[in-house]
Design a protein around this ligand. Structure first.
Ligand SMILES: C[S@@+](CC[C@H](N)C(=O)[O-])C[C@H]1O[C@@H](n2cnc3c(N)ncnc32)[C@H](O)[C@@H]1O
Length: 303
């Protein structure tokens, strides 16, 4: 009877465990420096799941790299590689804030404060291309924690806890974080789960040595894009092929124009300069619910 209940609980638990989209990787040992790192920046490969335990569709399409179980992230022996007194800057997705705090604690740091990355469009407005089931996320959280006792360096006193900059490739964090951290927290600096190694920093992560990290997206997503309606549109020749990664991101943007902004396929073609066929194919790729020709978008129909 009791055993039955145990089996049921086990089944229920495994049913809500998010299934990895890619195989998980065994983490390599963390690097060491004499005296330990005084500052760590980490952007873990969180595994997203919705309440049914399925990977949410918006994250499925954003799959770019292997993810890790929360317990495996927590089990990384970060404290052992740090100095007695150290700072931690930990990126956490809005929906996973409690997990971020749990990881911070498991790594031996106590939460002090956080920095918000406000994603901006070229014109300075909020970049509404983020995903989100309840709200459209235009911010990300960088938690700040301390191990032992150590104040931030004097420049931190005039450093506001916000970074405002434009988004780049999928999941790439703003470069502004490096000078900010260097000014506020002492080295040696370690970046965990790094993809774009920085001079003066020790980088660790399965893509830290890649010349072209898997998250890298080419044209139109490198900060210098043409921008209309808050959507970055790369310029493409009529039959120019695009890579899968770029097509996914572009499809998501067009989907946004179609469903959220209420553009018709024809409008999108006119705005982007793409052929109707390309627009349709990209909307299909994003799983858009194609409206009958001439139909009023749901949003406008609601008034
Ligand atoms: C959220 S991304 C980091 C993005 C990076 N901060 C940037 O700005 O581009 C997480 C990274 O962790 C890497 N990763 C996944 N599993 C890993 C593992 N077991 N050990 C080390 N790195 C891993 C992924 O490949 C990915 O590069």
């Amino acid at each position: 009877m009791c055993e039955d209940l145990f089996v049921k609980i086990q089944i229920a638990e495994s049913a809500v465990k998010p299934a990895p989209l890619r195989e998980s990787l065994e983490p390599a040992p963390l690097p060491t420096v004499e005296g330990g790192f005084q500052t760590v920046l980490a952007d873990p490969p969180w595994r997203f799941a919705n309440r049914t335990g399925k990977v949410a569709p918006e994250h499925r399409r954003l799959d770019r790299y292997s993810t890790m179980e929360l317990d495996d992230i927590k089990a990384l022996p970060v404290a052992k590689h740090c100095a007695k007194n150290a700072h931690l800057y930990l990126w956490v997705p809005n929906a996973m804030l409690p997990d971020g705090l749990a990881v911070m604690e498991a790594w031996g740091f106590r939460y002090i404060s956080h920095i918000i990355w406000a994603k901006r469009r070229k014109d300075g407005g909020p970049d509404g291309r983020g995903v989100g089931f309840y709200f459209r996320n235009v911010t990300e959280i960088l938690l700040f924690g301390v191990k032992g006792s150590m104040r931030t360096l004097p420049p931190a006193r005039s450093q506001v806890n916000m970074i405002e900059s434009r988004k780049r490739e999928h999941s790439r964090k703003p470069d502004e974080q490096y000078p900010l951290i260097e000014a506020c927290s002492p080295g040696p600096w370690l970046e965990m789960f790094a993809r774009h190694p920085q001079p003066g920093w020790v980088a660790w992560g399965d893509e830290s040595g890649d010349e072209a990290p898997r998250g890298a997206v080419s044209k139109g997503y490198a900060g210098g894009a043409i921008e209309r309606h808050g959507v970055d549109i790369p310029e493409l020749a009529k039959y120019e092929r695009i890579q899968d990664v770029e097509a996914d991101a572009l499809a998501a943007d067009l989907h946004d124009m179609y469903e959220r902004l209420g553009f018709s396929i024809r409008d999108i073609a006119a705005e982007t300069g793409f052929t109707i066929t390309r627009v349709r194919a990209l909307l299909d790729r994003a799983g858009a619910d194609i409206r009958p020709r001439g139909a009023v978008p749901a949003l406008q129909a609601q008034g």
